[in-house]
Design a protein around this ligand. Structure first.
Ligand code: PCA
Length: 218
């Protein structure tokens, strides 16, 4: 089984592409594996409670968590998680985690997904994809850290990692309207107008998951 997690909207945004992609992949078969899509609340404490229990329950061989990175232009495979949170925005429960993700945990973990092979396969399909050395200091980093820590301790065979997604085109259309309406900043001051169509995100994820699944079989 492959577990794909997404997040609900946050920071005043109603939609989160990661929620739509994880729903679209739920129930799909990839390389002989069943995909299970699960949407997480944007809630630090809730994520830390739910995710390890879900992993223990489903025992997936591959875990890919997804989240939105406003301004990102392509599928962005995260390579590492830091044991450090700095929430510029409160989560949806009003909580700001500023400090360790996990007291007493290691300072960081490396993703165990085959990032180079996934990137190559996604690019070969004609879709843009890159890798990143920081998942930020908000909930996505905390999620990747929580998953990698739990797998290191209890499921060492599981391959796990995180992919950040761009905005959906309709979200950027709304942003442009909002900026024009507010008339507080000029368009060129903003760096968050990149977007990708939902179908392309789902296609890229399917290819990346197939690559990760194959790597998990050897
Ligand atoms: N993106 C945020 C948290 C939820 C999401 O979709 C992040 O990058 O941390």
């Amino acid at each position: 089984m492959i577990l794909v997690t997404g997040f609900q909207g946050y920071g005043g945004r109603s939609a989160n592409p990661s929620e739509l992609v994880s729903r679209a992949l739920d129930g799909v078969r990839i390389g002989g594996a069943m995909v299970r899509g699960h949407v997480l609340p944007v809630d630090f404490q809730g994520m830390r409670r739910q995710l390890p229990a879900l992993i223990d329950d489903l025992r997936p061989q591959v875990i890919v968590s997804l989240g939105l990175w406003p301004g990102e232009a392509m599928l962005r495979i995260e390579r590492m998680a830091a044991n450090w949170s700095w929430f510029e925005l409160p989560d949806n429960m009003g909580h700001r985690q500023n400090g360790r993700v996990l007291d007493g945990g290691p300072d960081g973990y490396l993703s165990t997904l085959p990032a180079d092979a996934m990137q190559a396969a996604i690019r070969a399909s004609g879709l843009p994809c890159r890798q990143s050395g920081s998942a930020g200091t908000y909930l996505c980093n905390a999620t990747l850290y929580t998953v990698l820590n739990h797998c290191a301790l209890h499921h060492p065979e599981t391959r796990a990692g995180f992919i950040h997604l761009p905005y959906l085109p309709a979200q950027v259309a709304d942003l442009l309207d909002q900026i024009a309406h507010d008339a507080q900043v000029e368009q060129h001051q903003r760096a968050d107008f990149a977007s990708m169509h939902l179908d392309d995100m789902v296609t890229g994820l399917r290819i990346g998951l197939e690559t990760a699944w194959s790597a998990a079989q050897v």
